[in-house]
Design a protein around this ligand. Structure first.
Ligand code: FAD
Ligand code: FES
Length: 336
């Protein structure tokens, strides 16, 4: 499993950025064709190989595959099986996507591009996979209605157009998933619609040990949580409350979590993330990818981050750890 570490590579000074899609069924991608692969020095136009990638050789795959994008993600129509309105601005769609797609979308951090049937690509929006039901070939999506694109989706009753799955919805999740052991203690903190990726993460991390959830239902609905999560391990909280910091501190000290997943706005990632790193420095930290994501393929540039070295990295492809995101992106203001 790969995760992103931004570093210079020895003598060559070549930029090394790991990629969420490297070695997956979607690799090599569009970036390989134009000589912009994030991993492979040969596919960056160099005449030598000096990558740190330990998986299948991306260059070899590209040449053997006739210099084409492997398995490009394409739009497809999915039937809406059920639509439930929890509030006038909060809706859950259950979609029939086929077994293979439902299985692929089960990985925590997965998200899809979603638009109405017949809508132009301007309406595409990233939406997290909230739950998968592989036996029934279904996925569940929760959508908070805000403005044009989400309002347009709310009008859909029969079909939606999907593209995906994309994997980089949560920074730090790859490192966390690659940890071995069945007795891991995981804490998930989610606010608002952050609970959607939180439900999928809880589904997976329950198989690796215990999961506690701190949920702030601000702008969403308790009924949705009750429909998707078992009561036992959930505590309802308000992150804005004065004493929340103290509550969290004592929970972290008492339970000594191995993993903490923060699915909140950047404001809370900064404030809570620093506390978590201080109290549990050995714990793996994962945080929501709150960048503006429009293509998910490293092409359009809407998620670009300019580094202090003058490089541009695309946050839809590059998977940071939670700690890297905090140290190099949020606090240091792009001095990666
Ligand atoms: C990886 C990821 C997963 C997401 N998962 C969900 C989800 O499960 N459920 C859900 O309701 N929402 C989710 N979102 C947010 C959702 O994409 C936006 O709320 C939606 O695009 C808003 O569109 P709009 O036209 O209704 O509102 P707008 O007025 O266009 O935007 C409202 C807010 O959403 C932000 N936004 C708009 N477009 C994007 C974009 N392309 N990428 C990121 N933020 C954007 C705006 O900056 C603004 O803060 C996710 C976003 C990302 C990046
Ligand atoms: S979303 Fe288009 S480059 Fe990242």
């Amino acid at each position: 499993m790969n995760y992103c570490m931004i570093e210079e590579n020895g003598a060559s000074g070549q930029k090394q950025v790991n990629c969420i899609d490297a070695g997956s069924e979607n690799c090599p991608c569009y970036l390989a064709i134009t000589g912009d692969c994030l991993i492979c020095s040969r596919l960056q136009g160099k005449d030598y190989c000096n990558c740190n990638w330990r998986g299948v050789c991306i260059y070899n795959e590209f040449i053997q595959g006739n210099r084409k994008v492997n398995n490009p993600r394409r739009d497809f129509e999915a039937n809406i099986i059920h639509r439930k309105l929890y509030k006038e601005d909060l809706v859950v769609y259950i979609l029939d996507v086929g077994k293979g797609f439902a299985m692929k979308a089960s990985q925590p951090g997965s998200y899809l591009f979603v638009k109405g049937s017949g809508a132009s690509s301007f309406y595409d929006i990233p939406i997290s996979v909230m739950m998968t039901d592989v036996e029934k070939d279904r996925i569940h999506l929760a959508i908070k209605i805000i403005s044009t694109k989400t309002k347009a989706l709310l009008m859909e009753n029969e079909k939606m157009v999907l593209r995906g799955p994309y994997r980089n919805g949560v920074h730090g999740i790859s490192a966390m998933l690659s940890k071995r052991g069945r007795n891991q203690k995981t804490l998930i903190i989610a606010k608002g619609i952050g609970i959607a990726p939180g439900i999928l993460a809880a589904q997976t991390f329950r198989n690796k040990g215990s999961v506690d959830l701190l949920v702030d239902t601000d702008k969403i609905s308790k009924a949705l949580i009750e429909d998707y999560l078992e009561d036992g391990a959930i505590q309802y909280v308000s992150l804005a409350e004065k004493d929340f910091g103290e509550k969290l501190e004592s929970l972290l000290i008492k339970n000594q979590y191995d993993n903490v997943v923060l699915l909140v706005s950047d404001y809370y990632i900064e404030h809570l993330g620093e506390k978590i790193k201080k109290i549990l420095p050995a714990a793996a930290l994962a945080v929501s990818n709150n960048f503006k994501i429009c293509c998910g393929e490293g092409l359009c540039g809407s998620c670009s981050l300019d580094t202090s070295r003058g490089d541009t990295i695309k946050m839809c492809k590059c998977q940071l750890t939670g700690a890297e995101l905090l140290d190099h992106v949020l606090y240091a203001n792009t001095s990666v």
